[in-house]
Design a protein around this ligand. Structure first.
Ligand SMILES: [Zn+2]
Length: 260
């Protein structure tokens, strides 16, 4: 298989960055053409930019991820992430300066796992506006805040919206598809009814595949990496009764329409 795309990964992550040469090599061997690595704060935005300059297969997304949620994850997560405070408007200036090196505003959104947050809503509003101003697609995280994310995005003129790992209700999946936006099928689809339903019900012209590396591995004992994105393609082929190359070609056309 060739022409595969991993539309969402965190190659800067401490669990991946030390083995990055091997990981890129395995991705190329698996037929990947593009991998988006996305920043979530100033530090990771800069690492992702460097990675995209070093490896032609790697494309850069930059954004500001829900800040309080990230802090919580940094405290409790298995890999120690460094998350300092920063000024979002300064970071927006940095992103604007690098507009020609970016394929998307990503990863941004809302995460209300620990309750609603005004700062998150304010930050996300700025990211929606930034994507619109730069005319870039926006890749959205919406955990426990699915409806609020959709409502905020519906007020944007941007039509290139990708809902990443969407875990909301079926009615909201329909609403997203009805809006003409895209949804991702993460590799964890191998054991997730939610994503199997999305793969089955959403038209192929509105799907992307992703790993969310190093998270959501299809293989329980192993950290996720872009090479595993083939699992999502196989699952879509199986659920839609399509040839896997046809799936890859269609999703590649989605890439050209949304990201190029
Ligand atoms: Zn992510």
């Amino acid at each position: 298989m060739s022409l595969l795309i991993d539309v969402h990964s965190h190659l800067d992550h401490p669990l991946l960055i030390n083995k990055i040469d091997e990981i890129i090599q395995r991705a190329e061997n698996a037929g990947l053409k593009h991998i988006i690595t996305n920043g979530i704060n100033p530090e990771t935005n800069r690492i992702c930019l460097e990675l995209s300059k070093k490896y032609s297969i790697v494309k850069c997304g930059m954004g500001v991820y829900p800040r309080d949620a990230l802090k919580k994850e940094a405290e409790t997560g298995e890999a120690k992430l460094k998350v300092g405070d920063f000024n979002i408007d300064e970071e927006i200036e940095f992103i604007k300066k690098n507009r020609n090196n970016l394929v998307a505003i990503s990863e941004v959104g809302l995460d209300f796992v620990n309750g609603e947050s005004r700062q998150q809503i304010e930050d996300f509003g700025k990211m929606i506006w930034l994507a619109e101003e730069l005319r870039k697609p926006i890749v959205v995280h919406s955990r426990k805040a699915e409806l609020k994310c959709i409502e905020m995005l519906e007020s944007s003129k941007n039509k290139n919206i990708v809902m990443h790992c969407f875990s909301g209700k079926k009615s909201l999946v329909k609403r997203i598809a009805g809006n003409g936006w895209l949804l991702t099928i993460p590799t964890v689809v191998v054991r997730s009814q939610q994503f199997q339903d999305i793969a089955k019900n959403v038209p192929i012209s509105q799907l992307f595949c992703e790993t969310d590396s190093p998270y959501l591995s299809p293989i329980k004992e192993q950290k996720n990496e872009p090479a595993f994105v083939a699992e999502s393609y196989s699952m879509i082929a199986k659920l839609k009764g399509m040839d896997i190359n046809e799936v890859a070609n269609n999703i590649y056309m989605n890439w050209q329409r949304v990201f190029e």
